[in-house]
Design a protein around this ligand. Structure first.
Ligand code: 6MZ
Length: 360
């Protein structure tokens, strides 16, 4: 991260609870990897790679002038396919994961919960598994362990169940979480393209998580025609929910009466056109109606959108005229809203001493 990137909220101790690993790979690393493919002597499809670079440019937080089309969530999912092709060996995976941790720490994040979908990495013909899901995960856990040994920031991992990959694949991930018994794995995330499949098909997996004491967080209401809202809010009642931007008034009221902590992802919602204006972001519905509603501001895919957690704080603070002090308390009080983060409370309390919210 550039030294020049000192944002208004970069001194504030922050937590990040909603960051997808592949989506958090540095923007410039993604572009470099694509250029490497483009310049390879045996580059088979240069035109295709050039259009992938264009797509990334358009999804970036500050799109180039040539990007006139509205971008959509579906285009975001095209980028994940590209990323999964690029992140095709353990060395790259190790490097990008380490960079992600460094970037969050440089931004004064004190607790980072990364999430990732365990995946097998195949050879070019897709016939042979080069890296199994288990090895993929072990590598990431190894990077987290090494990082914690010599850094202040605490890091944990959620294993993702990708709705687009189906129930069997998701089940494998939950079983892996149980088998590995790593202190770094703190729960299961349910994510993936909300236009594909339904989380109602995954009820058995939600039950297995409950039976095994695995915490859950679920992407919900990222699009308007999310048919799973009632099922998730009333039947599953996960430990946390992500996005929750396309809720009607009745659903907002229901949550205010029966709160589930929400991971708010402002830039992601804007770039993917799930929210059209930041000052209309439903964050404020919850914040203004109940100052104690457990809300946390997150980045979602900071690499793809080329943003920082501090920038997300700035966006919310400016849109809703929240002072530095209010943002400080938002950040601080949200740190103790889950059991997972109980220890983080002490950490942040001592770390925040000497931090003057009035003099950033
Ligand atoms: C839903 C998302 C997402 O698992 O390869 N993912 N799911 N909504 C979003 N909003 C933009 N952003 C990311 O990271 C990439 C995976 O995270 C999920 C998708 O399943 C994507 O394939 P990992 O580390």
């Amino acid at each position: 991260m550039s030294k020049l990137a000192l944002d208004k909220f970069s001194k504030l101790p922050k937590i990040e609870l909603h960051a997808h690993l592949s989506g958090s790979v540095r923007y410039h690393t993604i572009i470099d990897l694509l250029n490497e493919e483009l310049n390879a002597l045996d580059s088979a499809e240069p035109q295709k790679i050039k259009s992938e670079i264009d797509l990334l440019n358009c999804l970036k937080n500050k799109p180039s002038i040539s990007c006139t089309n509205s971008r959509s969530l579906s285009e975001c999912f095209q980028v994940f396919t590209i990323l999964h092709r690029l992140l095709n060996n353990l060395n790259i995976l190790e490097k990008v994961t380490h960079d992600i941790l460094q970037d969050f720490e440089s931004d004064n994040c004190v607790y980072l919960e990364l999430r990732t979908t365990p995946r097998n990495i195949y050879d070019q013909n897709r016939t042979k598994i080069l890296v199994s899901k288990r090895h993929y995960l072990k590598k990431i856990i190894n990077v987290l362990e090494n990082f914690e040994r010599c850094h202040k920031m605490r890091v944990r991992l959620l294993l993702s169940v990708d709705r687009a990959k189906g129930v069997q694949d998701g089940l494998e991930n939950v079983l892996l979480a149980n088998e590995l018994e790593s202190k770094y794995i703190v729960g299961i995330d349910f994510s993936g393209n909300p236009h594909v499949n339904s989380f109602q098909d995954f009820e058995q997996i939600f039950n297995i998580c409950k039976e095994n004491g695995l915490k859950t967080t679920v992407h919900i209401a990222e699009i308007w025609n999310d048919r799973d809202k009632d099922f998730i809010l009333k039947k599953i009642r996960p430990d946390r929910i992500g996005h929750s931007v396309c809720l009607d008034q009745e659903e907002v009221e229901y949550l205010i009466q029966n709160p589930i902590p929400i991971e708010i992802c402002p830039t992601s919602n804007l770039v993917t056109k799930c929210v059209h204006q930041i000052d209309k972001h439903p964050f404020f519905d919850f914040y203004s109606k109940n100052k104690n509603y457990p809300l946390t501001i997150c980045t979602d895919d900071c690499g793809i959108f080329d943003i920082t957690l501090s920038k997300e704080y700035e966006l919310i603070s400016e849109a809703f005229k929240l002072s530095h002090e209010q943002m400080f308390y938002l950040s601080k009080t949200k740190m103790n809203f889950t059991e997972i983060l109980r220890w983080c409370n002490d950490y942040s309390a001592s770390d925040a001493q000497g931090f003057d919210p009035f003099c950033p």
